[in-house]
Write a protein that binds this ligand. Structure first.
Ligand SMILES: CCCCCC/C=C/C(=O)SCCNC(=O)CCNC(=O)[C@H](O)C(C)(C)COP(=O)(O)OP(=O)(O)OC[C@H]1O[C@@H](n2cnc3c(N)ncnc32)[C@H](O)[C@@H]1OP(=O)(O)O
Length: 396
């Protein structure tokens, strides 16, 4: 955690004080740091450091310096480094801010940091209910943010500048997050995205990291990862909800057939361009899509790559309900918050009654789809499509 804050501090203050904070959408459930009581435990401090990553607006240089100073004071104590030269403007501003805190105790600095983040979170999204971060180990990278509050664990894809494309690390982190969520005391688990996209599917640069065993080895390990990833969704024991905050592509669409509820903004689209990419369907969609929408609609999507609007996807049963984008977050989270108060064991058992009899079949389908894809990844059609995207010649 200290590393996260350190990276943030460096990004803000060492880079350029004038550089804008990455503008990121809040997931509707946020750290609940704006309560009347001041919070300052180590856990609150770590939660606040996570929350800073999701701030929607640039708080300005003055506030960033204050955050930096409080962070340094809370983690290292009073300023203990030599004063930078007058021409070293940025470092001098940082030093001044830290030094100004004098002998403020570490604990008070931690409290003040938490309170400052709380006020920023509250003003950044006044309409949303602000909630605490997960009482859990965070994943190994900033690209996934896990929060937990009010009986809901939210897993947020947090790579908005890359449209939340899934890196290899993210597949692993999502699997870990799902495993933790299956055991935590939340009633409902949510997958959502930060920024204008829900997810642009597999990060196509994943294909460029070729191991010593060559492309065959790459395809083999990709298929193992894909199979394990999809298995986690098949086996997930609690109600699983997709909060589709924008366009969805590829694997982020196919696995929707394994979710229990799919709420979408009316801005969302659903696109599975597998033939364009020389690939074939995964996520059990070769089974779930024909079952949900009938074989011919499924073929239009999975074979011909027809992109559906949110309303079309809803009419075809892939999406549960569509909300206007302007009220999407507010309405969806209010709904989920109400559902999360239902008896958790009853919900879990009812889900299993609905889903369990298909599980074995789904695992077999997943295995088959993964091995088909393993071959597809080695095909000229796939290699050319990926190269075309990577050389910026093609987009969907
Ligand atoms: C364990 C392995 C499992 C694999 C399972 C198999 C999975 C299959 C799939 O998911 S197939 C679907 C793959 N996805 C795509 O083909 C999408 C490719 N992206 C695009 O076509 C476009 O980027 C877009 C339509 C999603 C968005 O277009 P636009 O609004 O014009 O934005 P940009 O293209 O400028 O995107 C911004 C930035 O993000 C990068 N990016 C977006 N998507 C991906 C991606 N899937 N992989 C890698 N990079 C992506 C894009 O290159 C830009 O980067 P830049 O700013 O240029 O550095």
């Amino acid at each position: 955690m200290a590393g996260v804050a350190g990276r943030l501090a460096r990004r803000w203050c060492l880079g350029a004080l004038s550089s804008p904070l990455q503008v990121a959408r809040f997931p509707a459930l946020q750290l609940h740091l704006c309560g009347p009581a001041m919070r300052g435990s180590q856990k609150d401090f770590e939660n606040a450091m996570n929350q800073v990553k999701l701030l929607k607006k640039d708080p300005g240089n003055e506030v960033k310096l204050k955050l930096y100073a409080l962070y340094k004071q809370a983690t290292e104590g009073p300023c203990n480094v030599p004063k930078p030269g007058v021409l070293d403007f940025i470092n001098k501003a940082k030093w001044d801010a830290w030094n100004a805190l004098g002998s403020l105790p570490k604990e008070t600095a931690r409290h003040n940091y938490v309170d400052l983040v709380s006020s920023l979170s509250a003003s950044s999204e006044s309409s949303s209910q602000v909630t605490p971060a997960a009482d859990r180990k965070q994943p190994g990278s900033d690209a996934l943010v896990v929060t937990s509050q009010d009986g809901i664990t939210s897993i947020t894809l947090n790579r908005p500048d890359k449209k939340n494309a899934l890196t290899t690390q993210m597949y692993h982190d999502i699997m870990l997050a799902l495993e933790a969520a299956s055991k935590d005391d939340s009633a409902i688990t949510v997958l959502t995205g930060n920024g204008d996209y829900y997810c642009s599917g597999n990060d196509l640069t994943n294909f460029t990291d070729i191991p010593p065993g060559g492309v065959e080895e790459k395809a083999r390990s990709g298929a193992v990862l894909l199979r394990g990833f999809v298995d986690c969704f098949i086996d997930f024991p609690k109600p699983l909800v997709a909060v589709v905050n924008g366009p969805a592509v590829g694997i982020s669409v196919t696995i929707l057939g394994l979710f229990d509820i799919v709420y979408a903004t009316d801005r969302a689209t659903f696109h599975t361009p597998f033939s364009h990419l020389g690939q074939s369907p995964e996520g059990c969609s070769s089974y779930t899509f024909p079952k949900i929408m009938g074989p011919s609609k499924a073929t239009e999507m999975l074979v011909f790559g027809k992109k559906l609007t949110a309303r079309e996807a809803c009419a075809q049963g892939l999406v549960t309900e569509v909300f206007p984008d302007s009220t999407f977050q507010k309405e969806v989270w209010a709904r989920l918050k109400a559902y999360s108060k239902l008896p958790p064991n009853a919900m879990r058992i009812s889900k299993q009654v609905i889903r369990n009899r298909e599980k074995e079949k789904l695992h077999a389908i997943n295995a088959e789809e993964s091995s088909t894809l393993q071959e597809r990844w080695l095909s000229d059609e796939c290699v050319n499509a990926v190269l075309s995207f990577l050389s910026k010649k093609a987009k969907l």
